[in-house]
Design a protein around this ligand. Sequence first.
Ligand code: RNT
Ligand code: ZN
Length: 421
Amino acid sequence: MSIEQAYELARTRYAQFGVDTDAAIRRALELPVSLHCWQTDDVAGFESRPGAADSGGIMATGNWPGRARNGDEARADLEQAMALVPGVLRVNLHACYAETDSFVERDRLDASAFSRWIAWAKSRRISLDFNPTFFAHPKADDGCTLAHPDPDIRAFWIRHGQACRRIAQAMAEAQGEPCRLNWWTPDGHKDLPADRWEPRRRLAASYDKIFDDPSVNPALCLDYIESKLFGIGSEEYVVGSAEFCQGYALSRDIGLCLDMGHYHPTETIHDKLSSHLLFGKRLLVHLSRPIRWDSDHVVLFGDDLKNVFLEIRRGDVWDRVAVALDFFDGSINRIGAYAIGSRAARKGALYAWLDPTDPLREYERQGKGAQRLALMEGFKTMPFSAVWDRLCEQAGVPTDPEWIADMERYENDVLVKRAAP
Ligand code: RNT
Ligand code: ZN
């Protein structure tokens, strides 16, 4: 049976429940999904600082051949990944992906360090998002940055933050639409701190200094702040905890970022959307997959992911929730990792647009709990794959799992030829 024939049957089946599959495909393709550049190189970055050490609990494992070693290789990998993912994509950069002729310290970076990325994005007609990099730096070696007790180190990181907002603004101006800027710092303690209070006061004060910058237009630079439960080396105490970040975001009227891997092992994020957006103006979600901890595994099309998208749909908050990927796996083909995770995100959007939201609400209104559960369960085995194949075809990308051949071709033609990192 052809994709077209299978799709016609699926369209009829979904229509029996009032679901318009053509509209669902169109809308699912429209959602911007931000591709994180750091899956190309296991979050190593391109700075040429002697003696830089990994820190901050960011840990990519694996040594698959072909890690990107510079901007050109990263962009080539992103282009190959994007060719395998349907729908609107953005690209998310970290400050450590600056490209400069000679080494430039992070507090002195400006938009010129990203001119190649900006030109590339323009030529590809995609928009960029941005992140300050508060890890993998000698001044973050003890796991503290914006909350550091040393005022000079704090001032350094504040200057880095201020620089990043100006860079984000320049990206926004170049692309003619806002740049989303996500704030995550690793600050914390491995073991019981004597003082949990002062670091939080310092972190809030540092953020206040960064955000109090009249030269940055908050309509162009959209700030989000991301919490974490723990990291390697900050097991007992994280300064930017969930409560800290939510309180900060609400009191300062900025965005909040929910990362799927940053909560207790059985805690999922989908229930948080309706609570937060009742009071806060916007959210960013980092799609990731924790296994036992914040392991940053490639996100899959599972219940956790579906539920995030269902909440966006059921609350009709597509314009208030930004979607970005955040995983890094160096143990498998990295293009494959991109394709699997980004395609899962797009499937999540499609799944949500195919949701029988109105009949479910009607059952709920009538107090028919079994009917509600049966319809939810029944929709899990509707002919979703026929609609997904149609979406891929419409977007001009390979279907599942045919894209494996594209990945293998790129591996043989490009990745294996790169010298070992
Ligand atoms: C770290 C956070 C953060 C990073 C990226 C690289 O735990 O999830 O979002 O993964 O900024
Ligand atoms: Zn994250």
